[in-house]
Design a protein around this ligand. Structure first.
Ligand code: SF4
Length: 109
């Protein structure tokens, strides 16, 4: 029993459409992840609390804090353009570029 040409073409077209649709969905997910806003770290976070993290370094009462030390010049900080960036210690959350915690490590100059 042989299939007619129209049926084969129709199946081919369906497969092409399915591949394109799958690729579009996967690309959409990746793009959404890239642009999804990560939540800001707050000093209410248990890990942040344990490390005395503050959004504004100048408000720190920790004796280890030295004026001028901020996330923006810490080795563990990867800056963002809006005053927030990633810290290796807090994956999935953004720290303030003006923040500070007890794990502060000055960038090598
Ligand atoms: S380790 Fe550095 S970048 Fe991370 S929160 Fe502490 S001071 Fe900021």
């Amino acid at each position: 029993m042989s299939e007619n040409r129209s049926s084969i073409e129709s199946r081919r077209q369906f497969m092409k459409t399915a591949v394109v649709a799958t690729a579009a969905v996967m690309a959409g997910g990746t793009i959404r992840k890239l642009f999804a806003a990560e939540p800001h770290l707050t000093d209410a976070d248990p890990t942040a609390k344990a490390m005395d993290y503050v959004d504004d370094a100048t408000t720190s009462k920790n004796s280890l804090y030295k004026p001028g030390s901020v996330c923006a010049n810490c080795q563990l900080y990867t800056g963002g353009s809006n005053g927030y960036g990633n810290c290796q210690l807090f994956p999935g959350k953004l720290v303030s570029s003006k923040g500070w915690c007890t794990s502060y490590t000055a960038k090598a100059s």
